[in-house]
Design a binder for this molecule. Structure first.
Ligand code: COA
Ligand code: AMP
Length: 634
């Protein structure tokens, strides 16, 4: 008999009809220093808190607990660097020891409970060690993705106000070495914190700071050698574990807060029930610790579950070839891989018939999970055909920290429908509503909203900004959390996620704000105004394209301007924005109230159906733009 999902549908109903019972039951998988008597207190601002009287330490649950249970010799972490060719494994005992000692290093720098630790590291084990060490002290980490430039780092430094920065001399991209220290130096100067201690993991082959520039550097290795191990500090379940900044619709990133208790509970639930990963299994999330996927499923989830987590420093293609993923799966006997569809499209583009797969025995692989962007039907079929395992999409966001919609492979798995991440996960009461908040019929597209309260593990607020939290997520549809995504639910309850309703775009699984890019483009001396759109891209899902209107009298060749704008965005936001195209246009289409018709422009650029709003100021502007917008359509 094939999968029915009956067991899951019952579990799901129970999570909504008896949330106290459901989540207190799930909470038993955590080792608490004070077990919670209540699951949820809705009276705590701004939108309630999970496990209000619970106390725990997340690092203890991820590490010490497994050692104490006699699993100290199991492999906790495998670091496989396709960039350097070096591999390293840590047992649970070794990782616990490293983390306890690095926590001692942080403590020696004055870090204690509630203090922030900013981590700017590439995919090296020290990133996980630093995160867990902060958690051990009850401190709050904030990891910044290595592909962001100094200004973005500075914004995060200013908002999080950390006690220390943890970084390295450099990261490795296939085409170049990334010098981290000059960026950290510039960011600290911009944020007005030049004296902040910077704990630096030295890596060979990097130039470091140019002559004349200085940082208050603490050498990772030296400090660790002398460090006293630090014990785990119990914290309240509602205390923040980390802040992770993510793109919103404005240029200022949102500091998504994750708590300790709800996070541990749902990650444990999801490892077993959603991913079917248990103690001793080898689990690989091919993402980056700088993103939420990396937080939840490179670091915390697999370690909480006592599994082996694989940390891969490399790309799906070019390091050295499109067989890299298959090599890693074979070599480390990976049971399940979690990656972004764009990585699969990158492999397929180079090796359409997956010839390189024939060189590898990937027989241990049981499931391929994808998230970060919509799994397009074509890629779904291709991956399933070449790998011969279920390909399971699931949909979530930095804000939620774990899947909103998924297919519970550890329960009674549901039949997969191509194009759908399947059903809402426990605690998510998902509705589709129109612009006025009225529910729409099955099959009709609308805003995807979630009835409050959200389940454990989701954001309780934005860092020190309850008001922005309410304004951003709770005010559009009272009583509901607005996901910012649109989609529909079919007659079987399957959810189909179609795209964002705001100015957030998704480039190669990376979440970016077109508003932030516009802000940068708008600072160029020749630019009067601009619109940056996320336009469909066959490889990366979307790409950012700028349409700019020149200031009167500006005389700059379009190709020179494009070059300058590309360099400007790269310098101000970072290479991750992947901004490569800027087109000069005569005018931008606007409503009579002056709002640029970005959505209509995007629909035209994507070749979709569109209706020009009746509020348009001058219809001829859009007509003259059509040839420019559709230039690259097939
Ligand atoms: N540090 C510095 N620069 C970085 C970086 C990092 N950590 N990550 C990416 N960049 C740079 C890249 O080198 C590239 O620079 P370039 O313009 O000089 O070539 C630029 O940012 C854009 O990177 P990316 O969009 O990743 O493109 P790519 O061509 O290097 O790789 C893919 C394309 C599809 C192979 C790659 O994007 C990928 O593996 N994506 C999966 C994404 C993912 O895991 N997302 C997490 C959500 S689950
Ligand atoms: P991030 O916060 O970086 O994880 O990005 C979250 C956004 O990525 C979501 O709001 C969606 O727009 C998109 N996204 C993530 N996963 C999926 C998915 N499986 N299907 C469709 N969109 C997705």
């Amino acid at each position: 008999m094939g999968p029915t999902g009956i067991g899951f549908r019952e579990e799901y109903q129970r999570s909504l009809s008896d949330p106290e019972g459901f989540w207190l039951g799930a909470a038993q998988a955590v080792e608490w220093t004070a077990p919670p008597a209540r699951a949820f207190d809705g009276s705590l601002p701004p939108a309630g808190r999970w496990f209000p009287d619970g106390e725990l330490n997340t690092c203890f649950n991820a590490l010490d607990r497994h050692v104490a249970a006699g699993h100290g010799d199991r492999t906790a972490l495998i670091h496989d660097s396709a960039m350097t060719g070096v591999q390293r494994t840590y047992t649970y005992r070794e990782l616990t020891d490293q983390v306890a000692r690095f926590a001692g290093v942080l403590r020696a720098q004055g870090v204690g409970r509630g203090d922030r630790v900013l981590i700017y590291l590439p995919m090296i084990p020290e990133a996980a060690i630093a995160m867990l060490a902060a958690a051990r002290l009850g401190a709050i980490h904030s990891v910044v993705f290595g592909g962001f430039a100094a200004s973005e780092l500075a914004t995060r430094l200013s908002d999080a106000a950390p006690k220390v920065v943890v970084t390295t001399s450099g990261g490795l991209e296939p085409n170049r070495a990334i010098e981290y220290l000059p960026t950290v130096h510039e960011a600290l100067a911009k944020a007005g914190m030049p004296e902040l201690p910077v704990i630096t993991k030295h890596r060979d082959g990097f130039a470091g700071l140019p002559e004349g520039r200085q940082l208050n550097t603490v050498d990772w290795d030296t400090a660790l050698a002398d460090a006293e191990p630090a014990a785990c500090v119990p914290v309240k379940a509602g205390d923040p574990l980390y802040i992770l900044y993510t793109s919103g619709t404005t240029g200022t990133p949102k500091g998504v807060v994750r708590d300790n208790g709800g996070h541990a509970v749902v990650l444990l639930w999801s490892m077993a029930n959603l991913y079917d990963i248990h103690t001793g299994d080898v689990w690989w999330t091919a993402s980056d610790v700088g993103w939420v996927v990396g937080h939840s499923y490179i670091v915390y989830g697999p370690l909480l579950a006592g599994a082996t987590t694989l940390m891969y420093e490399g790309k799906p293609v070019g390091t050295p070839d499109a067989g890299a993923f298959w090599r890693v799966i074979e070599q480390h006997k990976v049971k399940a891989l979690f990656t972004a569809p764009t990585a699969l499209r990158a492999i397929r583009k180079v090796d359409p018939e997956a010839e390189l797969l024939k060189k590898h025995d990937v027989g241990h692989l049981q499931t391929l999970f994808t998230a970060g962007e919509r799994l397009d039907v074509d890629t779904y079929h291709w991956a399933g055909r070449v790998l011969g395992v279920p390909v399971v999409d699931h949909w979530w966001q930095t804000e939620t920290g774990w899947a909103i919609v998924g297919n519970p492979r550890g329960l009674d798995p549901l039949p997969i429908k191509a194009g759908s991440p399947t059903l809402p996960m426990p605690g998510y009461d998902l509705r589709i509503v129109d612009g006025l908040g009225a529910e729409v019929a099955a099959g009709e597209e609308g805003n995807i909203v979630l009835r409050l309260p959200l389940p454990p593990g989701t954001l309780p607020t934005l860092w020190q900004d309850d008001q922005r939290f309410k304004d951003s997520y709770l005010s559009a549809f009272p009583g509901f959390y607005a996901t910012g995504d649109s989609g529909y639910v079919d007659d079987d309850g399957y959810v189909f996620v179609m795209g964002r309703t705001d100015d957030v775009i998704n480039v190669a699984g990376h979440r970016l704000s077109t508003g932030a890019i516009e802000q940068v483009v708008g600072t160029h001396a020749a630019v009067a105004e601009c619109a940056v759109l996320g336009v469909a891209d066959a490889l990366k899902g979307q790409k950012a394209v700028g349409y700019v209107v020149l200031k009167a009298g500006a005389s700059i060749a379009p190709e020179v301007l494009e070059k300058e704008l590309v360099a400007l965005v790269r310098r101000e936001i970072g290479p991750v924005a992947d901004f490569k195209t800027a087109v000069v246009v005569e005018a931008l289409p606007k409503t009579r109230s002056g709002k640029i018709l970005r959505k209509t422009m995007r629909q035209i650029a994507d070749g979709d159906d569109y209706v020009v709003p009746s509020t348009i100021e001058d219809r001829s502007v859009i007509d003259s733009l059509i040839p420019v917008l559709t230039e690259n359509l097939p």
